[in-house]
Design a protein around this ligand. Sequence first.
Ligand SMILES: Cc1cc2nc3c(=O)[nH]c(=O)nc-3n(C[C@H](O)[C@H](O)[C@H](O)COP(=O)(O)OP(=O)(O)OC[C@H]3O[C@@H](n4cnc5c(N)ncnc54)[C@H](O)[C@@H]3O)c2cc1C
Length: 819
Amino acid sequence: MKTHARVVVIGGGVVGVSTLYHLALKGWSDIVLLERAELTAGSTWHAAGLLPLFNMSYTVGQLHKYSVDLYKRLPAETGQDVSFHVTGNLRLATCSERMDEYQKYCGTANTIGVPFKVISPSEVRELWPLIDLGDGAGTAKIVGALYHPDDGHIAPADLTMALRKGARARGAEINEQTEVTAVKRTPSGEWHLTTNLGEIIAEHVVCATGNYARQTGRMFGLNVPSIPVEHQYIVYDQSPELKAYRQAGGRELAVLRESDQSYYLREERMGWILGPYEAGAPARFADGVPDWFGKNLFEGDLDRLLPHVEAAQRRVPCLANCGIKDIVNGPIAYTPDGSPLIGPAWGVRNLWLNEGHSFGITAAGGSGWQLAEWLVEGEPGIDMLAVDPRRYGPYTSKRYVVQKNEETYRNVFVIHFPDEERKDARPAKTSPVYDKLKRMGAVFGQRYGWERANWFAPPGVAPLDRWSFRRSNYFEHVGNEALNLRRHVGVIDLTPFTKHEVWGPGAEAWLDGLVANKVPTKIGRIALCHALTRRGGIRTEFTITKIADEHYYVVSAGAAERYDSDYLLKQLPQDGSVTLHNITMSRGCFVVAGPRSREVLAKLTDTPLDNASFPWLTGQVSEVGLATEVYLLRVNFVGALGWELHFPIEYAHHLFDAIFAAGKDCNIAMAGMRAMESLRLEKSYRMWGSDLTPDYTPYEAGLDRFVRLNKGPFVGKDALERQLANGVPHRFITFEIHGVKDADPLGNEPLFDLDGNMVGRATAGYYGHTLRKSLGLGYIKPEYATVGTEIAIEILGERKRATVLVDSPYDPDNKDLKA
Ligand SMILES: Cc1cc2nc3c(=O)[nH]c(=O)nc-3n(C[C@H](O)[C@H](O)[C@H](O)COP(=O)(O)OP(=O)(O)OC[C@H]3O[C@@H](n4cnc5c(N)ncnc54)[C@H](O)[C@@H]3O)c2cc1C
């Protein structure tokens, strides 16, 4: 074993070996993989080998697509067969909402170039002659299906061996029977790893340890939110009917998924493999994998599987004639949202995670590809926010992860409604006024562990969501909240905002070098600033207020707490000239906005609120009611006259009551997240994470006025200059969709020109209750971005006409917010 390497990958499952392969492909040969047993000894050896391209996530969809393409190429490159059976993949639907889900998915598939077809029941029968289409009595009727012709299943061990060959051929070293047992930092900042076979020093370490992610994380001081869950599949004996079908020349049947019954079925040696995602599967190894568990499996639990076996037998009657040969029950790594953890670890440098894979055979290629890109180039090549390990925060306690992972596992096949809010491990993090909001009818959702009021059920209306891809039970109430804010005054609890304070003689210069806009130099000024990637993409959005000399207050999205904090910390100058404090938990935030907000707040503060004393985009440290040290910022995300009150958290109850008492005669009412979504779309305000991502630069996002190329160096500046010289490939647009009955866009829908060519993609959409228009935001080729251009959008399978609107179609001159 080498004693020094540029990168050590810990873990020789398919994910670790793929990471090694892709690092080698990028030209790094001084790389070593350490595996405690033999390659594939973790979950990889017993995986069923399915490669579903279906995934609702724009990011994960791209990773899976890359994998499937790579696995087709690998045998020719390496000389190692991988048994890729391109059988296609058939997902059945037995209700219209499931078809809505498939249609929604088709939008994502279209925008990332995954081939698919939505097919009829008779086409299902043609593809899958052994199926019972259902009569609606004993067996639910199939109403349609989604078919992917390009995927299928593979032999996971062969795939791993092909990747191994590819990596070794490029100089990578692989050591089996080599367990990493301890880690420390060398004085020069490298990693010193102790193994049973000796010591090795590495510049970078990648953890790809599957079910061991938690104990590996602990060696590095990290609480990694990945805990495995039991997952089973049944291997059947040969099926006489299948044999007859194949002997008569029938092609291998597509992998079948009956989503509404939560199972998959595929051929295996003239028999079947049936894999349910069942309720009651327990999380395992929450405290780490015990020593006795090597290449082992758990005892099969047929009782848990039986309802799915019976459902599968109704759908594929010949299954009942097959005996069960084996039950494979193994640990499958999970995370609370079901997506893997791919990217840098938080709080430590040169440590990378490729952990938490529940579809690791499918994702291995793509995750290795992007992690290698990130490590070698300093940035990933695509937007990786959806899988970035820093999307989780310190709230992922062991119990939280156990509960969420079990919930996510049993929900793999549920309909993925865009407004779905799962129930387990809640409430976890609450704003101090949570109970007050609940009494006001709040219907909560959860983001980054926080409970957030999505909408408020008025008296007499049940505070419950009916999830849908279309306008649902809360539509009218959300509209009333939005309209009340536009006409009178609304309050939004945005306590989850990420909040940092930055002090010191170097504060201004440091922040200025991180963002594209000019950081405010005058006390009390606020600037919207974007931190960019080196490729010029939008990393994050900060609202920066200069509170005092050498003192800045930096606010960003609530879900970006660890992501932003980690970035800021890692960029902090080492000379002590800047101090950074994450104060997210010690300040709350209420937005008070609407034409009567000044009247309400004037009753609570002596700070003059008129335009001359307190103009738009300024902030003051004020007393409000009994509360002191309130950062009163004249900004908001809804495009109304209003202030954000960032207050010491201990004043939350007092301020909340005082604001409502002061607003009693002004029609004051709460507004939730969904009303905010409607209001911000009317103002074309871009949301970090959906509209603003590393895939697009500020020029593409139409944020030119927040870029100061003449101010001196900042991260991403060179890339922006290059883009200006070469041409900006996309433009951000706001558009109105015509003829919408009940389905507004939600993001990831393809945009077309009138000849049917795909020319862009939507990133968000909803109904603008003030404008009474169905609205979308998105990116499009520049020639279609002119106001008035007619385009088309596909929403749930229907092509709709749309027109490009002026940016900020509600109050384009900002008269309201400057009133
Ligand atoms: C029953 C079942 C069926 C499945 N079917 C599918 C499927 O059809 N399609 C699909 O995409 N996915 C499937 N999966 C999931 C898939 O198996 C995993 O996502 C995938 O194998 C994860 O690969 P990995 O490399 O991340 O982890 P692993 O394969 O578990 O590899 C991790 C490796 O790290 C090593 N290691 C741990 N700690 C150390 C250390 N300290 N030092 C050195 N080495 C260490 C371990 O020995 C292990 O070999 C299935 C899982 C199960 C349980």
